[in-house]
Design a protein around this ligand. Structure first.
Ligand SMILES: [Zn+2]
Ligand SMILES: [Zn+2]
Length: 437
């Protein structure tokens, strides 16, 4: 008994000594380098697939930290490797892209940047409105910590700066460019997102699905055009489309098990040209979201069944039934490896303090393209959140004051220092847990 107690006390002391030392070291690096680096990235955001200057700066930073860096992987992607003896290959990813949003955060370093968007073909305002500037700054902090701690771990560390996450495709682009074949397939894959919904300084990790899977679906409704005064001569695609929109609402409310998560949103409904013309076509555009492949099948099959059979009910012939087109590039749900999530949660609780580690389930069905890295083949993975909003801002909102701005809003504003520091601390603790001696 005595021996165990002594061991426990000494290991706790060691853990807290490590925790304090890591916290101080990351704080010192924030003051000396990372704070200014975040400021630079925040002032200079770039749009998806054209993160050219951001990628260059990331390559320079990671090379300076002592990593072997390759640029231009899957477009503007950067891969930084550090080999340090025998052990697992562990990958940590940070996404680099900003959004076409005009910043109105009121921050002193608010972005005034504009850039030609390859997606819209127009010059757009650009803002780091999702906090990816925190991710890349944290990745540099992690690189500097891990390089300074080479005697505390062994294995191979792969740090990735990924393009075009917001466009859902950058991860797949890096896979298509042979990232695993060229640099090795990781034994573990890690990623984090700063979250305005979590308290600054906290780590939020769950065992289930932190991000939803998404499919983009188009429904083309073929009608028969007619004069608006002669509805009996046509087949009105607006009426049929409206019936389909309402019938789709029953998929989540009546067919999906109530404890499973799913979303069917009809985001666009286009039809018609004029008051008195019955159109011959309607086009519905949907986003369909899931947290499991079973739900995905249920929703996609249900949409097809409802659209076609509503067409039959409207009296359309078999060759004129509504067409349901599912986009070829679905994003699967992000599902954490439960045992690994538990293991890292324990490590974070021990090394960062239990009060800083929470498991708050995700409320929204926002998607991520990280699953492209970790599915097919399956790689054990954990994706966690780092809080970015000071408690006082939540208190203000609770008291009926100004709301905490959400991601992608022009008002988006997280606290950089606790976000970046917690990003670095949590990543270093996770890497040392997986690669530590
Ligand atoms: Zn985003
Ligand atoms: Zn994001």
């Amino acid at each position: 008994m005595k021996k165990i107690a002594v061991f426990l006390v000494s290991s706790l002391l060691a853990a807290s000594a490590f925790a304090g030392e890591l916290e101080d070291s990351v704080k010192a690096d924030y003051d000396e380098h990372l704070g200014a680096l975040w400021d630079h990235f925040h002032r200079n955001p770039e749009l998806s697939t054209v993160e050219v200057e951001t990628a260059k700066r990331m390559a320079t930073e990671l090379r300076t930290a002592g990593f072997d860096v390759t640029e231009g992987v899957g477009g503007t992607g950067v891969v930084a490797m550090m080999e340090n003896g025998n052990g697992p290959l562990v990958m940590m990813r940070a996404d680099m892209d900003g959004l076409p949003v005009e910043e109105a955060s009121g921050l002193p370093n608010a972005s005034t940047a504009t850039q030609m968007s390859p997606l819209s073909g127009k010059v757009e305002h650009v803002m780091h409105a999702c906090g990816h500037d925190v991710h890349i700054t944290s990745l540099v902090g992690t690189a500097r910590q891990m390089a300074a701690r080479k005697d505390e771990w062994s294995g191979t560390l792969m740090l990735i700066a990924q393009p075009a996450e917001e466009a859902i495709g950058g991860a797949a682009m890096m896979r298509e460019d042979g990232i695993w074949e060229r640099f090795g397939q990781p034994d573990y894959a890690l990623a984090l997102h700063v979250s305005s919904e979590n308290v600054a300084g906290q780590v939020n990790v769950i065992e289930g699905s932190p991000y939803a899977g998404v499919d983009t679906v188009d429904i083309i409704i073929h009608g028969v055009g007619a004069h608006g005064a002669s509805p009996h001569r046509g087949k009105d695609p607006i009426v049929l489309g409206s019936q389909i929109v309402l019938a789709l609402q029953t998929l989540v409310s009546r067919e999906l098990a109530p404890r499973s998560a799913g979303v069917v949103t009809v985001g666009a409904f286009h039809s018609g040209t004029k008051h008195n013309i019955i159109s011959d076509r309607a086009h519905l555009q949907l986003t369909v979201r899931n947290t499991s492949l079973e739900t995905r099948d249920l929703l996609l099959n249900g949409i097809k069944r409802i659209a076609e059979n509503m067409g039959r009910a409207a009296g359309l012939p078999e060759d004129k039934l509504p067409e349901v087109i599912v986009s070829e590039n679905p994003s699967p749900p992000m599902i954490n490896t439960a045992s690994l999530a538990r293991r890292l949660k324990i490590a974070w609780s021990e090394d960062m303090g239990e009060s800083r580690v929470v498991s708050i389930p995700t409320k929204t069905m926002v998607a991520e393209d990280f699953p492209s890295f970790v599915m097919d083949p399956d790689i054990p993975t954990v994706y966690w959140a780092v809080g970015g909003t000071p408690q006082k801002d939540f208190d203000r909102e609770m008291a009926g004051g100004e709301q905490v701005p959400s991601h992608h809003s022009p008002l988006f504003k997280i606290s950089p220092e606790p976000s970046v520091r917690t990003g670095v601390e949590s990543t270093v603790v996770a890497l040392l847990e997986l690669m530590g001696d």
